[in-house]
Design a binder for this molecule. Structure first.
Ligand SMILES: [Cu+2]
Length: 305
């Protein structure tokens, strides 16, 4: 948890207080149906914001980020729906749980750089709840008392929200982007300049990328592949390639893969290795089988000559 995470959490706490206060003053001029819809919208988006943020920040710990996001979503739905009655509370609680759960999975599956714009989108939706409350309350309002009040207030609220998104959010995002860059500088992936035995090839993963992603092997020449995972999340390599003399050094699990499938799975900050001799020339695609990782760019190619 860094500055960015606290910034988003404090924003959500302030926003929830604003939504609750608005609900209290507008509950008479908002219909039950509108109230339910607004609370569903709010809880779902806050759940998604929290879930994406926690899922992305604690990658590799999907269980904990999901549980915490669900509990926070539930709590937000419970307190924000309270002025609109029991149905709004039920709606809010369920939406908060669902948003938190889906957000956590989303945050787990994307890279930390991709998490930042997603959090911003869900945050923007969450804040839009203020406008929904104002719009729906006006429509059903019979007296002009509240309307007069809201001639000035939309300007103030609009200005505050614009300032928040133009100055506040980018400032907080810069802090986490610095952190992410910093972690890359302090733990650099050693690139291929190191002289290595030609029969030992190291494939490393960092930020959902294989380095190198293109490797060349000699037909009928034994090779050892070392798979080093620098990320905070599990990764693997699976490739269908005809081989003989397969010897899997450190991976003791039998994954039930067929004869011609090479499979290396590595936990965060761990490494695995396998030795084999490729027997057929060709180009073989390898990918990470963790859901979403191939789509995020975890693809590479082995060329056997
Ligand atoms: Cu992966």
């Amino acid at each position: 948890m860094g500055f960015y995470q606290y910034f988003i959490f404090i924003s959500l706490i302030i926003l929830t207080v604003v939504v609750i206060l608005l609900s209290r003053s507008l509950k008479k001029s908002v219909t039950a149906m509108h109230g339910m819809t607004i609370i569903m919208f709010y809880s779902m988006n806050v759940g998604l914001t929290i879930g994406t943020l926690l899922g992305g920040s604690f990658q590799g710990n999907l269980y904990y980020s999901t549980i915490i996001s669900i509990l926070l979503g539930l709590f937000i739905g419970l307190i924000s729906g309270s002025y609109f009655g029991l149905l709004a509370v039920i709606e809010g609680v369920m939406s908060g749980i669902m948003g938190g759960m889906m957000g956590a999975m989303l945050g787990e599956m994307v890279s930390q750089e991709q998490m930042i714009p997603l959090v911003r989108i869900f945050l923007l939706f969450s804040i839009s709840t203020i406008f929904l409350l104002v719009i729906f309350s006006k429509r059903s309002d019979k007296s002009n008392k509240i309307n007069k009040l809201w001639i000035i207030k939309p300007l103030i609220i609009g200005t505050l929200i614009t300032f928040y998104f133009v100055e506040g959010v980018p400032f907080a995002e810069k802090q986490i982007i610095f952190q992410l860059k910093d972690s890359k500088i302090h733990h650099p992936v050693e690139h291929t300049t190191k002289k290595q035995d030609p029969t030992v090839i190291t494939i490393e993963t960092q930020n959902m990328q294989y380095t190198p992603s293109n490797i060349s092997l000699q037909k009928n020449q034994p090779v050892t592949i070392i798979f080093k995972n620098h990320d905070n999340i599990d990764h693997n390599i699976e490739v269908e390639i005809p081989t003989i003399n397969r010897y899997q050094g450190t991976n003791h699990h039998n994954h039930g893969k067929s004869e011609n499938v090479i499979f290396l799975h590595s936990e965060p900050k761990h490494e695995q290795m396998i030795s084999f001799t490729p027997t057929n020339a060709g180009v073989y695609e390898f990918t990470c089988k963790v859901p979403g990782h191939k789509e995020s760019g975890m693809v590479g190619w082995i060329t056997v000559r």
